[in-house]
Design a protein around this ligand. Structure first.
Ligand SMILES: [Zn+2]
Length: 404
């Protein structure tokens, strides 16, 4: 057995990425389509050359690194290099660095003669444009390039403008056609984002968020002069809806979750009865029937509360998503590879979205989780253990080696 993975090299590369760029809170700060993400991609492109691959950028801004002069099958691996504000050292970076290790390791090709490639998807994290996995969804065709003109960051810059600037910054890389027809398999290794996972996680299902905006319209009035009976308080009704959503989610399986993460109240004055309240709701499940039941319960709760309180409610679907099943054959192969290498691994699911779930539409895709150590994911304290990192890499190597 060769030296995979090279822990010193992995640590050195993670540190180099970490230094591009640290935000005010001491965490990684590489927003989607930012110059920091571009800088990180250039670094990865250089490392890909060291692994004997030729880097290039597709029209969307995804980084590919391919075996030169090779027109046969490919097995790709990688993750992403953008981060949430004040993010961690491992999220995205780990899967990218391990993708390079795998490419290095599989230089001679798989058993059936496929060659390794690196794929780093652009703009995976949602905070900047309130839309995540942009690069992989553009590749999969589930996000239209035209939609990028509609997505804007807090400064008013559209994702399309940011993408154009990002590509300019990487103009030293060749432009290439994504080699989708040649992809035999894709593997993404990612740090786990749920503390309960204590061994290598082989992901079989990924939840997709379904997002809604609920608007409750009541009647404004003087806080001192309208009796309690005469009120049509939009915020009080919204509060009941929030709690009803929580109750509905709790009655579903534990993998089903619902979050009301935003609330805008108008007029928002201390002495005025609220006339409207807008709730942002995020619902996730790994089973479609559970997701459908929860959506129905939310719609019922909103209309019941509204009619009981004499206010109006409306629901707008912001994003429709259904759970994705990852490739069962690759997941099975990963569990078997772990078993005979004596690496503890378990079947698991993901509540968070990942590029892998969109790439799964293009090629059989494996998503492996490395247990989370240290602090929470998406924070500067995020950690991962060397043994677990090695375990995931060894499992991925064996699965890819057996493929063609
Ligand atoms: Zn990530």
């Amino acid at each position: 057995m060769t030296g995979l993975p090279d822990q010193a090299r992995i640590a050195k590369r993670l540190e180099a990425l970490w230094q591009i760029r640290l935000g005010p809170g001491g965490g990684a700060d590489r927003p989607a389509f930012s110059s920091a993400e571009a800088e990180a991609m250039l670094l990865a492109a250089g490392w890909a050359r060291e692994a004997g691959l030729e880097p290039g950028l597709d029209v969307h801004g995804n980084l590919w690194a391919l075996p030169p002069k090779w027109t046969g099958g490919l097995v790709s691996s990688g993750s992403h290099l953008d981060t949430v504000p004040d993010g961690g050292r491992y999220d995205g970076a780990l899967g990218t660095v391990l993708g390079l290790e795998l490419a290095d390791e599989l230089r001679e090709g798989t058993d059936a003669g496929a060659r390794p490639a690196l794929l780093v998807c652009v703009a995976e994290e949602a905070p900047r444009f309130r839309a995540g996995t942009i690069g992989s969804r553009l590749l999969a065709g589930t996000l239209a390039p035209g939609a990028l003109t509609e997505l804007r960051d807090a400064a008013g810059t559209s994702a399309a403008e940011a993408q154009a600037r990002f590509r300019e910054q990487l103009d030293e890389l060749a432009t290439l056609e994504p080699p989708l027809a040649r992809l035999r398999a894709h593997v993404e290794i990612h740090v786990a984002q749920r503390r309960a996972l204590r061994q290598i996680g082989v992901v079989t299902r990924v939840a997709a968020p379904r997002r809604f905006e609920i608007e409750v319209r009541g009647q404004a009035g003087h806080a001192g002069e309208v009796s309690m009976e005469d009120r049509h308080d939009a915020l009080a009704a919204a509060a009941e809806i929030v709690l009803a959503i929580e109750v509905a989610a709790r009655s579903e399986p534990p993998e089903t979750v619902a979050t009301v993460g935003s609330l805008a109240v108008a007029p928002g004055a201390l002495s005025v009865i609220p006339s409207s309240a807008r709730l942002g709701v995020d619902v996730r499940a790994i089973s479609a029937p559970s997701l459908d039941r929860l959506e129905a319960a939310i719609r019922t709760a909103a209309s019941d509360v509204a009619s009981r309180r004499g206010v109006e409610s409306g629901i707008r679907l912001l994003r429709a998503g259904d759970p994705t099943a990852m490739d069962a054959g690759l997941a099975q192969a990963a569990l078997e590879a772990a078993r005979h290498q004596g690496i503890a691994a378990t079947e698991t699911w993901s509540g968070a979205g990942h590029d892998a779930q969109h790439l799964a539409a293009l090629a059989p895709t494996l998503l492996l989780f490395v247990p989370l150590e240290g602090g929470e994911s998406h924070t500067p304290a995020e950690g991962a253990d060397e043994t677990d990192i090695a375990g995931a890499a060894l499992v991925a190597r064996e699965v890819l080696t057996a493929l063609g």
